[in-house]
Design a protein around this ligand. Sequence first.
Ligand SMILES: C[S@@+](CC[C@H](N)C(=O)[O-])C[C@H]1O[C@@H](n2cnc3c(N)ncnc32)[C@H](O)[C@@H]1O
Length: 229
Amino acid sequence: MPQQPHGPLRSFGRIKARPIKSRQASLLQTLLPTITLDPSQPINLFALKPDAAEVWLEIGFGGGEHLAAQAERRRDVLVLGAEPFLNGVASALRHIEAAALENVRLHAGDARDLLGALPEASLDRVFILFPDPWPKLRHHKRRLIQPELVGELVRVLKPHGRLRFATDWANYADWTLERLTRAAELAWTAQKADDWRMAPADHAPTRYEAKKLGDIAPVYLEFESTPAA
Ligand SMILES: C[S@@+](CC[C@H](N)C(=O)[O-])C[C@H]1O[C@@H](n2cnc3c(N)ncnc32)[C@H](O)[C@@H]1O
C-alpha cells in the first residue's frame, strides 16, 4: 500500500518552470545562502536584524515584486518571505540585488515550515496576496487558508499585528472571511466597502494581481490581532 504523505497537503503548484536566467541562477548560488532562513531550528529574529523596527512576513511572494517594494519602502523593517517556486525565488533575488536590500531573509520552501520555527508573538505584519485559488471543489483542501494555518498566524502575530489577505476569486474571499472571522483572536478591520474594494495605500501591485485571472475585482481583507483579554 502506498504510504500517506505526512504533514499538510501541498498548497502550491510548480516548484520550477522555465529555465532560470543565468544571472538569477548565479544569485541562487551566491546571494540566497547569505539570506536564507533555516526553519529546521527555532529562528532568532533579533539576531537577524537587532535594530529592526518591525518584522513582516510575506507568504507565497511569487516573483517578489511586492516583497521587494515593501522592503525598499521600509528599510528599517526585517522582511521575511517564503516561496517554494524556485523561479519566483530567483526573481526575488534579482529585485533584492537591484535595490541593495539588506533587510530581507527568505525561505525557499513551504511557509508552514517557517511559521513553525517562528517565536510566538513575533510578527507585526503578514501578507498573503493572491494565493493559489484552487477553484475546483475537490481542490479546496489544498488552499493555504486552513484552520491549522489560521492557528499558526494567531500564534505568531503580535498583539495588534496585522494580516493582509488579497484575492480576486469570490469563493476564496468568502472562504477566507469565514475562517478568519471565526478566530476570536482576529478582528476584520473593514468599516465600509471601499476598505476591501480599494487597494490599501501601502499596497504594491503583484504580478499575479496584474493578470486578472479571477472572477471578481481584487479584494483586500485586513485583520488585526486582538490582544489577549
Ligand atoms: C498565485 S501565486 C501569487 C504570487 C504572488 N503573491 C503574486 O500575487 O504575484 C501563489 C504563490 O503562493 C505560493 N505558495 C503556495 N503555497 C505556499 C506555501 N505553503 N508556502 C509558501 N508559498 C506558497 C505558490 O508557489 C505561488 O507562487
